[in-house]
Design a protein around this ligand. Sequence first.
Ligand code: NDP
Ligand code: GDP
Length: 328
Amino acid sequence: MSKCALVTGVTGQDGAYLSQLLLEKGYEVHGVIRRSSHRGVEDHRLRWLGVSGKVHLHDADLADLSSLLRTVHDVQPSEIYNLAAQSYVASSWRQPVLTANVTAVGVTNMLEAMRLGAPGARFYQASSSEMYGLIQEPIQSEKTPFYPRSPYAVAKLYGHWITVNYRESFGLHASSGILFNHESPLRGIEFVTRKVTHTVAAIKLGLTHELRLGNIDAKRDWGHAKDYVRAMWLMLQQDQPDDYVVATGVTTTVREMCKIAFSHAGLEMEKYLVIDPAFFRPAEVDVLLGDSRKARKSLGWEPKIDLDVMIREMVDADLERLRREAAI
Ligand code: NDP
Ligand code: GDP
């Protein structure tokens, strides 16, 4: 019998790659889609991967428990991947209450829907390395204390602990993946890697003349979304639920990541890069570096795509998209 998965955040970066992976594995894939006045474009990432028509979409919202209960009741999933969130750190200072309602309390809504509607299902919570924030150890593992530095990270911390609590309180198969930054050509355009690759492509095609960034000394442990959704799936194939750090173990400055993009396009970074105070944050996460030994050992997971290859793939994809849009 084929397995049945319900994915919240199915229209996002990870939702698209996860749907592709699950379909390849023979799953019946259902996704939560929230109502939008832009009907017709919200599945653009699923379309990019050629899986749009294969995912069953259900109208629901993480902030609306009744819609989640109905969806779980209708779908009867064997696995639930909770990827939906207000996921952008910078926006979380401008919309802190919404971030709490969706990114924090939304997790309880999803857990409740599962507990009441499909208690035998397995649950994945999309936790984040942002929870480490002002890092308490130079390399962060599952045992490193958290110190969130944004409303987003505070909300994710709640989501992480409520997942642990439902596992311990109700015996649910609920796992939390503490994923470090992961990117791809399908990354939202507001995140720094995609902002860089998109702007570099636009400069290359003569569509713009500068790249404005904030703190380029920040360091991140960047991996590829395609590798990271594999780790999510592996977590739900284990007999016991648990928490896992997923990271490459390599950290790089925003400046170095930019250099890869410019050099791939044959451009000199210094000519185009402008530091703009508007992109500095009220509180910064200076550096993240993950210790994923537990995931590597217990799940047999390892990343296959490195930063260099990924940034080049992203620049090429942005060049292709911009050429198509501008018919250059
Ligand atoms: P995206 O921002 O690309 O996707 C977020 C998804 O959540 C979208 O499908 C969005 O829908 C959906 N969503 C937002 N609000 C609601 C709501 N109220 N109800 C239902 N759906 C909603 O994020 P990613 O794919 O990059 O990340 C997936 C998850 O992993 C997120 O929870 C993120 O916080 C977390 N994470 C991501 C990391 C990364 O580096 N990518 C690192 C660690 C954790 P819509 O398309 O309508 O906006
Ligand atoms: P985050 O780690 O989830 O906040 O992912 P982002 O991609 O949004 O940001 C990564 C880092 O890049 C942070 O330290 C930002 O401060 C830094 N950064 C510097 N300039 C920019 C910018 O213009 N946009 C974004 N999004 N981040 C920037």
